[in-house]
Design a protein around this ligand. Structure first.
Ligand SMILES: NC(=O)c1ccc[n+]([C@@H]2O[C@H](COP(=O)([O-])OP(=O)(O)OC[C@H]3O[C@@H](n4cnc5c(N)ncnc54)[C@H](O)[C@@H]3O)[C@@H](O)[C@H]2O)c1
Length: 276
């Protein structure tokens, strides 16, 4: 019950990582306010929470709506924890194709939203004597080929923003950290493809099978894996942790696939085969 008496805001809490985190924080005693575009699923999460989770429709690309979300949490008794997490794939165009507007839209969704989440939460937390902010980055912040170009760039920005915001806000006893998910089975992939209903469920099943083989830990990454790390970073267990990130990727970033997958030939087995 690390969050007894605490109040949290979770963006993107209607689905996936945000949903699992809202439930985890509420299980550990927090009162949680979810901000999400998806009204039906947001209200469903709230309805199954014994009143510990509330929902407010919020578009995180609109700074005024983020401010209204933080103010609503403050009006309900104060703000201790914020998880800036809402997101989607954004533009999937390559750098030599993307339009300026699509670039800006993706940055507004994935980077400016986090900056504004911090911007509007920090003064409210400062008034209470401190707080904890966690932002969602991605393994794609560390290299190419894991997500679209604009998305990866925004997620790398989230990591840097996390560091500099931690420095800015230390004087208010506000800690700022990031979680870096690997391949986690949520609706983000089917949403990017515009799939719904039974087709979405079918493709999600296929994704879960693929996900089990995507990294050294041979099972699909789950939203609950990320929620556990966010709960740690947001709690007093992490009281001496700020300006950094936790990778929760099943080892995806340990090195090349050949280093852990026996079916993929590494440098020496390739050389041996060539010289045999
Ligand atoms: N699933 C993964 O493998 C993975 C990996 C790395 C990072 N992430 C990041 O994790 C975060 C959560 O994604 P997820 O995988 O849980 O996906 P998801 O699709 O299950 O959940 C994302 C939620 O964000 C909401 N959302 C999207 N645009 C919004 C907006 N403009 N305003 C408010 N809410 C909005 C959606 O309605 C949805 O409820 C995202 O930032 C994503 O980029 C996911």
């Amino acid at each position: 019950m690390r969050f007894q008496g605490k109040r949290a805001v979770v963006t993107g809490g209607a689905s996936g990582i945000g949903r699992a985190t809202a439930l985890r924080l509420a299980e550990e005693g927090a009162e949680v306010l979810i901000g999400d575009l998806n009204v039906a699923d947001g209200e469903e999460v709230a309805a199954t929470s014994n009143g510990r989770i509330r929902f407010q429709r919020t578009d995180v690309t609109q700074a005024a709506e983020i401010e209204a979300l933080m103010t609503a949490a403050e009006d309900a008794g104060g703000l201790d924890v914020v998880f800036n997490n809402a997101g989607a794939a954004g533009s999937r165009d390559r750098i030599d194709e993307i339009s300026p507007d699509d670039w800006d839209r993706t940055m507004a969704l994935l980077l400016r939203s986090v900056a504004m989440g911090i911007r509007y939460a920090a003064p409210l937390m400062a008034k209470r004597g401190g707080g904890a902010i966690v932002n969602t980055s991605s393994v794609s912040a560390f290299g190419s080929g894991m997500a679209p170009t604009a998305y990866s760039t925004a997620k790398a920005g989230v990591l840097h923003l996390t560091k500099v915001a931690a420095a800015d806000l230390a004087r208010h006893k506000i800690r700022v950290n990031a979680v870096v998910p690997g391949f986690i089975t949520t609706n983000i992939f089917t949403s990017a493809l515009g799939l719904e209903g039974q087709v979405r469920d079918h493709v999600n099943g296929m994704i879960a099978q693929t996900a089990a083989k995507a990294q050294p830990v041979q099972r699909a990454g789950r939203p609950e894996d990320i929620a556990a790390a966010v709960a740690y970073l947001a709690s007093d267990d992490a009281a001496f942790v700020t300006g950094t990130h936790i990778l929760v990727d099943g080892g995806m970033l340990v090195g090349t696939r050949a280093s852990w997958d026996e079916d993929v030939p590494g440098l020496f087995s390739t050389l041996e085969a060539a010289s045999a």
